[in-house]
Design a protein around this ligand. Structure first.
Ligand code: NAP
Ligand code: G4F
Length: 331
């Protein structure tokens, strides 16, 4: 049975990747950092089928010990401080986890077992102020946030360890991918959840920032399949995963409100608090290399993604007690 160690297993992607790897017959080791309250909501359904172990990207020794003890065949490094606005308010922490954390994991692999295959969760945020449209694996980076800068470091240290130490180390440059498991602070889930709350009569307005920014949005389970595909190749290389379509934040909002039969203009309030010091205006990826070499395709259209997220939040509010406790996130 192949064994995979996944950092960030409590996050959106970590939980879907664990589902996927279990389906492929993997033994899954999920790394979680210590916290005062357990946050296993996204992995509750598979908790008995995976091994949950403690470790932190801030702590080198914990990573070395985990690899020594569990001897995985593959490591998926999904852990990060991944929210762009927090990277402006906590830039040094973001650098420690999202940038230097990658080096700590790569060094742990180099020290313990150079045969371990390594996946680094790189991001389209690295393209930032885009140098060409659409973006490809060859497009130069110009990050626009401390998060983007940290991800550029993570990308290049992955390439550097591949070239310096002959590691099977891969950087996956993934464009935005969403799902009902997405954190409530990210735009698509904030909109889906906000729309569901308005429908349920729990609130009447949704406060948002820049509606003009454009993103290439896909469905998260498609993207974790691509991560696994990258590690099954004969040679390590970097790949970009995207749908190839771009849509504005405003389009996302309009489709979400249309889906429940409400006029978005009557409910959305523009709040300067949600504008960023520097914005990434336009992201759209060209996934031709992944299509050709991995056989990867996305399976959910933009419109279907918006609707499935709204439906999931409507169902969540209808079916559970959270109707009275569902958080109204203001980040
Ligand atoms: P997410 O939901 O924010 O999950 C982040 C995970 O990292 C959580 O499990 C978190 O643990 C863990 N983590 C944070 N700091 C840590 C530390 N010091 N040590 C160990 N674990 C730590 O992110 P996601 O959307 O699943 O994204 C997964 C990865 O892909 C991230 O690296 C992200 O930057 C990257 N990425 C995401 C997208 C996207 O659209 N989703 C696109 C491109 C790249 P807690 O639960 O304890 O907080
Ligand atoms: O959903 P977002 O917060 O995602 P963002 O910044 O694109 O980053 C996400 O995708 C990256 C891949 O490109 C990942 F690497 C990263 O970890 C994360 O998963 O914001 C999307 C857009 C931005 O342009 C933002 O300015 O939505 C705009 N926006 C407008 N109003 C808002 C809001 N974003 C948030 N979070 N909240 C708002 O109220």
């Amino acid at each position: 049975m192949p064994k995979a160690l996944v950092t960030g297993i409590t996050g959106q992607d970590g939980s879907y990747l664990a589902d996927f790897l279990l389906g492929k017959g993997y033994d899954v080791i999920g790394v979680v950092r210590r916290s005062s309250t357990v946050n296993f909501d996204r992995i509750e359904h598979i908790q008995e089928r995976i091994q949950i172990v403690q470790g932190d990207l801030l702590d080198q020794v914990s990573l070395i010990h985990l690899l020594e003890e569990h001897r995985p065949d593959e490591v998926y490094n999904l852990a990060a401080q991944s929210f762009v606005p927090t990277s402006f308010s906590q830039p040094a922490l973001t650098g420690e986890v999202t940038a230097l954390g990658v080096t700590r994991m790569l060094d742990a692999i180099r020290i313990v077992d150079k045969n371990i295959r390594f996946y680094q969760a790189s991001s389209s945020e690295m393209f930032g102020k885009v140098q060409e449209v659409p973006q490809s694996e060859k497009t130069p980076f110009w990050p626009r946030s401390p998060y983007g800068v940290a991800k550029v470091y993570g990308h290049w240290i992955t390439v550097n360890y591949r070239e310096s130490y002959d590691l099977f180390a891969v950087s996956g440059i993934l464009f935005n991918h969403e799902s009902p498991r997405r954190g409530l602070e990210f735009l698509p889930r904030k909109v889906a959840h906000g729309v569901a709350r308005i429908r349920a009569g729990l609130s009447s307005e949704l406060r948002l920032g820049n509606l003009e920014a454009r993103r290439d949005w896909g469905y998260a389970p498609d993207y974790v399949r691509g991560m696994w595909m990258m590690l099954q190749q004969d040679h390590p290389d970097d790949y970009l995963l995207a749908t190839g379509e771009t849509h504005s934040v405003g389009e996302f909002v309009r489709i979400a409100f249309d889906h429940i039969g409400l006029d978005w203009e009557k409910h959305v309030v523009i709040d300067p608090k949600y504008y960023r010091p520097a914005e990434v205006d336009l992201l759209v990826g060209n996934p031709a290399k992944a299509r050709k070499q991995l056989g990867w395709e996305h399976s959910v259209s933009f419109e279907d993604l918006v609707r499935l997220m709204v439906d999931a939040d409507l169902a969540m509010l209808e079916e559970t007690e959270t109707k009275h406790t569902s958080p109204n996130i203001n980040w």
